[in-house]
Design a protein around this ligand. Structure first.
Ligand code: NAP
Length: 260
């Protein structure tokens, strides 16, 4: 199982779930030290672990990663596309290089890795592709973190399409749509204080809760999974409210966070 973004949060939790279920794991992200610490922890449970660092904002990273894994003689039966981050300071204030990196890490790299590995999985009649999207991909557009939701919407739709295309091949494809999750995500985007003040404890899940739902959904070959009843309700509201009302309710979310 190749897990991207395995150095923290949901990726590390998913790697733990797959290892606990007997999968050998290949862990990738930019930071070597947390990957090696996780690899040592998982190796102690008896599975084989490999660490390969990669910066997925580099357009050459996905094919290089695939080559490096092949050069080590490792076979990929499963892929968790999880690496991700957001920028919330506004479209005009965000460095264009950060926009490009968001698109590469959360949209282009998952598509490219799935395209490179899915044919081999289909040929063997077995595979798992779990794409970590977000509840944000199901909600109305928000101003401030303007590209994040659309990128995740893309990943949900692309996962569902691939799920349909690969049905019956033995290759399961699932989009996982977590809501607010306690990871490093909001430290990295600098909104920890604001989101903690804005959203009550019941809206937050742990990475383990999210990973459990994702792991099970992919084993059951569900096209999409949303962890937590509150998030399921929010996703349904997001889908059924008229656009104007939905935008009025959540559209200023990131701007509001900046004012807290
Ligand atoms: N936390 C939430 O509330 C939440 C909600 C919905 C969806 N999600 C999604 O869940 C996924 C995991 O996020 P998380 O919450 O676990 O956040 P996290 O704790 O910050 O972990 C993000 C992971 O992505 C990796 N990553 C970031 N940029 C990368 C790059 N350029 N190249 C390679 N790896 C990179 C990080 O590793 P390095 O820094 O070591 O590279 C880290 O392992 C993301 O796709 C996120 O959009 C999170």
């Amino acid at each position: 199982m190749l897990v991207t973004g395995a150095s923290a949060g949901i990726g590390a939790a998913l790697a733990r779930f797959y290892a606990a279920n007997g999968w050998d794991v290949i862990l990738t992200a930019r930071r070597r030290a947390p990957l090696e610490a996780l690899a040592a922890e998982l190796a102690a449970t008896g599975v084989s672990t490999t660490v390969v660092t990669a910066d997925l904002s580099d357009p050459l990273a996905p094919p290089r990663l695939v080559d490096e894994i092949a050069a080590r003689g490792l076979r990929i039966d499963g892929l968790v596309n999880n690496a991700g981050f957001s920028r919330t300071s506004g479209f005009l204030q965000t460095d264009p290089a950060d926009h490009a990196a968001m698109i590469r890490v959360m949209l282009a790299a998952p598509v490219e890795l799935a395209r490179l590995y899915a044919p081999m999985m289909v040929e063997r009649g077995f595979g798992r592709i779990l794409n970590v999207a977000s509840l944000a991909g199901e909600m109305p557009a928000t101003g401030g973190d303007t590209l994040y939701g659309p990128i995740k919407s893309f990943l949900i739709k692309a996962s569902q399409g691939l799920h349909l295309e690969l049905r019956g091949t033995g290759v399961h494809v699932t989009a996982l749509c977590p809501g607010y999750t306690l990871t490093e995500f909001h430290d990295v985007n600098g909104t920890r204080e604001q989101v903690s003040a804005a959203y009550p404890a019941w809206m937050w899940q742990t990475a383990e809760q999210v990973a459990r739902v994702g792991y099970r959904a992919c084993e059951l070959n569900r096209p999409k999974a949303t962890p937590g009843a509150a998030n399921v309700l929010l996703a349904a509201l997001g889908k059924h409210l008229p656009d104007a009302l939905a935008l009025a309710m959540v559209g200023g979310h990131a701007r509001r966070l900046r004012r807290i």
